[in-house]
Design a protein around this ligand. Structure first.
Ligand code: SF4
Length: 716
């Protein structure tokens, strides 16, 4: 039996695993006792990883050779790698030749490794000359990115997991860490057990399992976070709890914000947020007067039409109270996916460039062009996730390459996404599994390797880069994601009449070394982080410059921020309600989110029977009073309907859910949950209903709030 150290491919906690294998079979998995994210622990998902790799059903659902379809709806036929990639080059070259480079788009994933991301980004922006590359991380963390950049000057979470041990107050907001980040939650429980004086505030519309550990629970109305944070700042100013010395020495822009929060009186906040004035005051006091306050936050802030403002308003609180840059204090966004951070680091989004450079900055574009040895990087911003599928639905984007993600289930407003996939002239789906809903739309299916087979790196929520290592060989003809992209890119270079020089990679490590070099002198400088260094010293936090022995646990301890004047910036955050308000025809606020034991579209966790022991089937959860008023009882089937579509599913009373609210987990796809659009198009999953309204700054859609009606189904 062999043992291989690697990283869990599920959530952004980034736990280390030891994979046990026997020849071509992964036989077991256990937590890596030496990994600083988890010290040997694994949650239910991580501890069953070996079952996802070995289950017979998983083997049957793997994509093991390239397949093509003669036409939409036709059965896929096997095609060799040469034929497949030549076909892709033919189609992409034709679309680019006829309609220009912006007629193609790449939609990638926070599940990809950093090396995969790097190659796709260079392929789109450096070779083809389009910025139409975006990622499912747009649905996950883009509001956190924008919030950090607006306030602190860089997309860099300043805190670390170790800060849990030093904090005296935790403010957990928009995060059900107990389910979405289970091993981090174990560390929160440890911190509370070790320090009974630690006060924990949880703000969330749902009374989730995370609330069980709270000293103070703020059950705010959906989407009212900015009003809550502004109201807390109002009280901090009134009570004299702000840190005026820190504000004067290290920040700018406080006066404009003060004028805004003056209007956010306790009466107004209590009325809009639906909490008591006493609880608001208690939260403001704990946050401001604790020796060290750490905020943990996730999709409840990010997946919102005010996502950037929510992030900025929370960071405003840290700046106003000096709760940043010291042990146990700071704003700390929790990443949903295993490598959303890595994608940000290589600039694999429509508005970013390598090493946290900005596409909008001409100097940054020139730097990246020089690094890549290309004449230029295009200036025009690319299409972000929602925009990309809208452009394809409108006929503007004609060829789509989708890697390691399942937009036919996970994107909001499914009717538009499926229209886009049907209308596109050519759709490539690069996947490990043949069963995702998106595969049904592919003209070309390219088999990719997955966890246990891949090599590279990922970055977790605390900026820690860990190695991902293969324990077994790739099955069938599956290839690594970076390698598929390189092969395609080299063929496309030749088709364009150039000598293939831009993608000289024969290993993931060569890609990594080029990425490392691109970070030299940047805020995330990782020039000192070679594979050999990571192998000998273990996972490291960035920055870690050439010559340094370890990375940096905490940022901004010197009070200097990466802004032109070195000061952090207050953002004047004005509260705006949700994009679509509840109204008489759609009187419920639908919230979506994760279950404890499932991951994304269930292509892996859905193959493990024991993971259905927690929640066995899709449900809509409602408040018992709302059910009684509608004469509903547990198990009744209801039509859950928004302006975009309708799905049918059983209802369950839940004490977690407030009045006029409803919750459905995001994981269930068409094999579990079918429905139709408002025009009768068959759709699947909860995103048949959700809105594609998004934050104007981050372009992150509002997956956390959709008005719906809930009507008992009349069965024949
Ligand atoms: Fe994997 Fe996240 Fe569970 Fe850790 S907490 S084992 S990274 S799913």
């Amino acid at each position: 039996m062999a043992e291989t150290r690697s990283t869990c491919p599920y959530c952004g906690v980034g736990c280390g695993v030891v994979i046990e294998s026997d020849g071509a079979q992964i036989t077991g998995v256990r937590g890596d006792p030496d990994h600083p994210a988890n010290f040997g622990r694994l949650c239910t998902k991580g501890s069953t990883l070996h079952l996802t790799a070995t289950a017979t059903v998983t083997r049957q659902t793997r994509l093991l050779q390239p397949m093509r379809r003669a036409g939409r709806g036709a059965a896929p036929e096997a095609i060799g790698w040469n034929g497949a990639l030549d076909m892709a080059v033919d189609k992409f070259a034709q679309v680019i030749g006829d309609h220009g480079p912006d007629a193609v788009g790449f939609y990638v994933s926070g599940q990809l490794l950093t090396e995969d991301y790097y190659v796709f980004n260079k392929l789109a922006k450096g070779l083809i000359g389009t910025n139409n590359i975006d990622t499912n991380s747009r649905l996950c963390m883009s509001s956190a990115v924008a919030g950090y950049k607006q306030t602190l000057g860089a997309d860099a979470p300043p805190a670390c997991y170790d800060d849990l041990k030093h904090a005296q107050c935790l403010f957990i907001v928009g995060s059900n860490a107990a389910w979405a980040h289970p091993i981090l939650f174990r560390r929160i429980e440890d911190a509370k057990a070790a320090n009974p004086g630690l006060k924990i505030i949880v703000a969330d519309p749902r009374r989730t399992d995370t609330v069980e550990i709270a000293d103070l629970f703020l059950p705010i109305q959906p989407g009212t976070d900015v009003m809550l944070f502004n109201g807390m700042l109002h009280l901090m100013l009134w009570e004299g709890w702000t840190d005026n010395g820190y504000i004067a020495a290290h920040t700018s822009g406080f006066d404009a914000l003060k004028a805004t929060v003056r209007e956010c009186t306790p009466d107004k906040v209590a009325q809009i947020c639906g909490i008591s004035k006493e609880d608001l005051l208690a939260a403001a006091r704990l946050f401001a007067t604790s020796p060290a306050t750490l905020s943990l936050y996730c999709q409840g802030l990010n997946q919102s039409s005010s996502g950037t403002a929510k992030n900025a308003a929370l960071i405003n609180l840290h700046l106003a109270t000096g709760q940043i840059g010291k042990p146990g204090a700071g704003p700390f966004s929790l990443t949903g996916q295993p490598n959303a951070m890595g994608g940000r680091e290589v600039g694999g989004l429509a508005n970013l460039l390598s090493a946290h450079r900005d596409l909008a900055n001409p100097a940054h574009r020139a730097e990246v062009a020089a690094l890549w040895n290309v004449p230029s990087v295009p200036e025009k911003p690319g299409k972000t996730a929602v925009e990309m599928f809208q452009a394809a639905a409108d006929g503007e984007i004609r060829a789509l390459w989708i890697a390691c993600t399942n937009p036919a289930q996970s994107m909001p407003d499914q009717a538009t996404v499926r229209r886009a996939l049907e209308r596109a002239e050519f759709v490539v789906v690069q996947e490990a599994f043949s069963t995702t809903a998106t595969c049904a739309f592919a003209d070309l299916l390219l088999p990719a390797t997955t966890w246990g087979e891949k090599e590279g790196t990922v970055t977790n929520s605390e900026r820690r880069i860990s190695r991902v290592r293969p324990a077994v060989a790739a099955p069938g003809e599956a290839r690594h994601d970076w390698s598929i992209a390189v092969d395609f890119a080299q063929r496309l270079e030749q088709r364009l009449g150039r000598t293939p020089t831009l993608f000289p990679y024969d290993s993931a490590e060569r890609v990594w070394n080029e990425h490392r070099e691109s970070t030299r002198g940047r805020d995330l400088d990782i020039t000192g982080m070679s594979y050999a260094m990571l192998d000998s010293a273990g996972p490291q936090q960035w920055p870690l410059k050439e010559g340094e022995a370890t990375g940096r646990a905490r940022l901004y301890e010197d009070g200097i921020f990466p802004t032109p004047d070195g000061r952090a910036r207050f953002v004047d955050t004005v509260y705006k309600p949700v994009a679509e308000a509840r109204e008489a025809r759609y009187p419920f606020s639908l919230n979506t989110g994760r279950l404890r034991d499932q991951w994304h579209g269930m292509s892996r966790t859905g193959t493990v029977g024991r993971l259905f022991g927690h929640v066995a089937e899709p449900l809509v959860q409602m408040n018992a009073q709302d059910m009684a008023r509608r004469q509903l009882k547990d198990g009744d089937l209801v039509h859950l309907t928004s302006r975009r579509g309708s799905i049918l599913l059983p209802v369950q009373a839940s004490a977690e859910i407030g009045l006029s609210q409803a919750f459905v987990a995001m994981h269930w796809g068409e094999e579990y949950l079918s429905g139709c659009s408002s025009t009768g198009t068959p759709l699947a999953g909860i995103n048949a209903l959700t809105t594609s309204a998004y934050c104007p700054t981050s372009k992150q859609p509002e997956l956390k709030h959709t008005p719906v009606k809930i009507l008992k189904a009349e069965l024949p």
